[in-house]
Design a protein around this ligand. Structure first.
Ligand code: GLU
Length: 261
């Protein structure tokens, strides 16, 4: 496990404005922060959602299509828009983005994993490329339905032996309650029934997942030896604050589960 290697997952809500358009300003800020981590010697693999949403905007849809093939078509169009935006900002920092599209089936295949790891290790070793991973939505209908870049990012963390998975969305972390009195729980060391009860799904037109998939991601990441941090990607300087240990966020330090016989 490499403590100076992070997987950073960006959720759709973070990358889009309230009218659904891609938020280039926000993407620029996040890329600036990732470049800042690189200068501190932290290697980053990015897992980015937002393809379906960007595709919806490009096609002119305000409502999320119901048909799987329509969602997949949105992803194929939006993925290009998304990567173009990332590349524009990365070039400004002397970096280049490198796209990998994965499915859960790929992650089940030893040879796919070996190839993906080899590619990622090569890219990271050059210190000037940012691997950007998304699900290959066009061929992965189940992933779209369960909406799972949270879990995908946890599998990626295990693949590259990352020490930390950082899931950034529009929430500050796991809250003690959903009302106005809700406070961020700073550290979770085991996922009890109580903790599970605090998670709930999302109902937005463009976002998927929610806290439930983030808890599952934390468990998968822990099995691979990584801790998981859930934080608000719109909080200024959040990635540096996480590196400094000063961020408002929830850290899941779960420890590896006991080996099964
Ligand atoms: N892969 C989907 C997209 O790029 C999102 C899935 C997710 O956010 O979990 O739009």
């Amino acid at each position: 496990m490499n403590k100076d290697r992070w997987v950073v997952k960006l959720g759709t809500g973070l990358l889009t404005k309230s009218n659904g358009e891609m938020d280039g300003g926000q993407i620029g800020l996040l890329i600036g922060q990732i470049a800042g981590l690189a200068r501190r010697g932290i290697e980053v693999v990015l897992v980015s959602s937002g393809a379906i949403s960007a595709g919806m905007t490009a096609i002119g849809l305000s409502e999320r299509p119901k048909a799987t093939s329509a969602l997949q078509a949105c992803a194929t169009i939006g993925q290009i828009e998304l990567m173009a935006e990332y590349q524009k900002h990365l070039r400004g920092h002397g970096l280049l983005g490198a796209q990998l599209l994965l499915t859960h089936a790929n992650l089940d295949s030893r040879s796919c994993c070996r190839n993906a790891t080899g590619t990622l290790e090569y890219l990271l070793a050059q210190k000037r490329f940012l691997p950007i991973i998304n699900e290959n939505d066009a061929i992965a209908s189940d992933e779209i339905k369960v909406g799972d870049n949270d879990r995908l990012s946890a599998h990626v963390a295990a693949l590259v032996h990352a020490g930390r998975l950082v899931i950034l969305s529009s929430i500050d972390g796991l809250l003690t309650s959903l009302g106005p009195d809700g406070r961020v729980i700073p550290l979770v060391t085991s996922i009890s029934d109580e903790i599970r009860a605090l998670s709930q799904g999302t109902t937005s037109q463009r976002n998927v997942g929610g806290m439930a998939t983030k808890l599952m991601a934390a468990e998968i990441a822990a099995a691979g030896g990584a801790e998981t941090v859930i934080a608000n990607g719109r909080a200024p300087g959040i990635l540096a604050a996480i590196a400094d240990g000063t961020a408002t966020c929830t850290t899941f330090r779960l420890g590896r589960p006991a080996a099964e016989d």
